[in-house]
Design a binder for this molecule. Structure first.
Ligand code: GAL
Length: 638
């Protein structure tokens, strides 16, 4: 570990059956020994509460704590995460274990942070058992108070679903056809909250027994089942697990997007890359290896996007179990033979020089709206098209932000947006009144907004907002959407821009009746020939741009470039294609991260001389050369 520069380890994540081999009999000697050893070696510990994988004795004694799927299948122990989040048995046992751990290790000098559970919801995001049904009803009673209000909110007159008693309400179990969409949406909210309660129960104990020790639980990038906005408010440090597929040509962009999300979830606070692989995973059909330098590059990318720490799953490759073919920092074979080990060691050495990075912040002038509730609602079935996916829509915007080296935060639609000049709204299907008013006010006050099709369609109950689509944004956008024309798989339409340029689009099209908006591009050649496809509307002091289809990336880039110009948003630097540039700054330092995502060397212009923290070399005004997948962290002004 010293050789690899390790100074923090996550420990005991799946150790419950070792820590408590039978009910209320605890064995801590082995953990004491490891904690002491790590302390003696100068390594601190992110100590897990070990509650993500209950021991077999618990589910054997209490099979009712096992989770049930929507179709009634009860899952067994023998893997991990086999618990119903609402189960009092599970919660009681987990709390007891955490109390013991907190009692024993609160004052241990190696303890740096608590790691609650692990990747909440990863395998079992929701449980449909009778215990969950009861908890769901309790949650609904709190939300609605009166049964009549629930009936109205769920539109239960449709298909004779009206409830006459709370006890009749079930989770959306397997039904002959689509369950009620409002019920499904509430069940997603409930399921995220049920797991959050588990986290909170553990966190409460830890806060009481070891005040001041930071608490985290590891997120999973854009993980649909959990509303991480709510979760992150309850973490001292946001941490994330990033497992991009090295064979995906856009993996770098996707990992950057996850990093920007983590920074945004923590409202700008530094976060930790809790898990990444040194090389291959074991859980894809084909587990492609990371190319030389890729792990190092993506580690720096996490720093560039606001992380203050880089960790791995896992230290040593295991000999047995379901993850024995997953890579690790220390491989099965002899480390000195392994290029992976050498890259790990090199990274560790370099990260030791990155102290000036810690605590510095990334500041963004662009916000991309991202809301879990809207995501859930958008992807419920029975829509004009089920092909609209929230993350695809985010990516269609983020791709350009990434390539153009703009800096974007993610934000919730009702958030204070006043610090941003440009707000991007990719298909924000569900909006509250508050969120809608917020977006309108943002533009009125001088902001530039770009919004995609199928935004502002429903309210938080999943009821259509009547009065002409998109009802809350018609005057803002200066148009009305008269009808939708979803495109079939593989179908493309042509776009013609006002300057005569042509482009293609797919997925969706719609008939727009402008009422003040000017047309930036129109559909050409399809049913909608000559009708607006992209519009722009001056509203108050600002401007709202609307995109009624999914333009191909180059055309999207063109639209977003124009919007960025309009908003006065500038790239961090003008870098060659394939190079990311992000700046982190603090009271004492300004650090320019330059990352070459390509496998050929590239020269990047430098305006401010400084020192490259990676190797201590001086950086002069002019050009800096980055090798294939090379990086530089230029401490500017030195
Ligand atoms: C994560 C998990 C780790 C390990 C890893 C494998 O989801 O937290 O325990 O399973 O995946 O890639």
């Amino acid at each position: 570990m010293r050789e690899a520069g390790v100074n923090l380890v996550s420990l005991g994540i799946f150790a419950w059956s070792r820590l408590e081999p039978e009910a209320a009999r605890y064995e801590f000697d082995w953990l004491d020994r490891i904690m002491d050893m790590l302390h003696a070696g100068g390594v601190r510990v992110d100590l897990a509460t070990a509650t993500a994988s209950p021991p077999p004795w618990l589910s054997h004694k209490h099979p009712e704590m096992l989770p049930v799927l929507a179709d009634g299948v009860r899952l067994s122990h023998g893997a991990r995460q086999h618990y119903c989040p609402s189960s009092p048995v599970y919660r009681f046992a987990a709390q007891h274990l955490v109390q013991q751990l907190a009692k024993r290790y609160a004052k241990h000098p190696a303890l740096a942070m608590w790691h609650v559970g692990n990747e909440f919801g990863c395998h079992v995001p929701a449980c449909y058992c009778d215990v969950s049904a009861l908890a769901f009803r309790r949650w609904l009673e709190q939300r609605y108070g009166e049964l009549e209000d629930l009936n109205r909110a769920w539109g239960t007159d449709f298909w004779s679903q009206r409830y006459s008693d709370w006890d009749e309400i079930l989770p959306p179990r397997r039904t002959p056809t689509w369950p009620n969409p409002s019920q499904q949406l509430d069940f997603m909210r409930f399921s995220s909250d049920a797991l959050l309660e588990c986290y909170e129960l553990e966190r409460g104990i830890l806060m009481e027994r070891s005040p001041g020790v930071p608490i985290t639980t590891n997120f999973m990038r854009f993980f649909k089942p959990l509303d991480y906005w709510k979760w992150a408010e309850r973490e001292d440090v946001v941490s994330d697990d990033v497992y991009q597929d090295p064979s995906d040509p856009e993996a770098g962009m996707r990992a950057a997007m996850a990093g920007d999300l983590m920074r945004s979830l923590g409202r700008g606070r530094p976060w930790i890359l809790m898990e990444q692989t040194s090389n291959r995973v074991n859980w894809r059909d084909v587990n492609v290896a990371k190319a030389p330098g890729q792990m190092r590059l993506w580690s720096y990318q996490a720093l560039a996007r606001g992380a203050d720490g880089v960790m791995f799953f896992q230290w040593r490759q295991s000999r047995a179990g379901a993850e024995k073919f997953h890579s690790a920092m220390v491989p099965h074979g002899r480390p000195e033979q392994s290029p992976t080990w050498h890259e790990v060691v090199k990274l560790g050495r370099e990260l030791g020089r990155m102290d000036p990075v810690c605590g510095t912040r990334v500041s963004a002038d662009v916000a991309i709206l991202h809301d879990w509730e809207s995501w859930w609602a958008l992807e419920l079935p029975s829509k004009p098209s089920t092909r609209i996916h929230h993350v695809d829509q985010l990516e269609s915007y983020y791709r350009h932000v990434f390539e153009a080296n703009l800096v974007a935060d993610f934000a919730r639609p009702p958030d204070d947006l006043s610090s941003y000049s440009l707000v991007l709204a990719p298909s924000v299907y569900l909006v509250s009144d508050e969120a809608a008013a917020n977006l309108v006010a943002f533009v009125e006050a001088g902001g530039t907004l770009v919004m995609s099709f199928f935004s502002g369609i429903v309210d938080p109950f999943e009821h259509i907002r009547l009065g002409g689509y998109p009802e809350p944004f018609r005057s803002l956008l200066g148009l009305e959407v008269v009808d939708w024309f979803p495109l079939s798989d593989g179908e493309h339409v042509k776009l013609k821009f006002a300057d005569g340029a042509h482009a293609e689009a797919d997925l969706w099209s719609e008939l727009i009746a402008p009422s003040g908006a000017e047309v930036l591009a129109q559909f050409s050649g399809s049913t909608l020939d000559g009708h607006p496809a992209v519009t722009s509307h001056k509203f108050g002091q600002g401007r709202a741009i609307y995109i009624a289809t999914r333009p191909e990336p180059a055309a999207m880039g063109r639209i977003l470039r124009a919007a960025a110009n309009q908003a006065g948003v500038k790239p961090v630097i003008e870098a060659p294609a394939g190079v990311s540039a992000v700046r982190r700054s603090g009271p004492r330092s300004s650090l320019l991260f330059l990352l070459n995502h390509r496998d050929v060397p590239v020269d990047v212009p430098i305006a401010d001389p400084g020192v490259n923290l990676v190797d201590g070399s001086e950086v002069h005004r002019g050009l800096i050369r980055l090798g294939p997948r090379g990086v530089a962290v230029v401490q500017e002004g030195w």
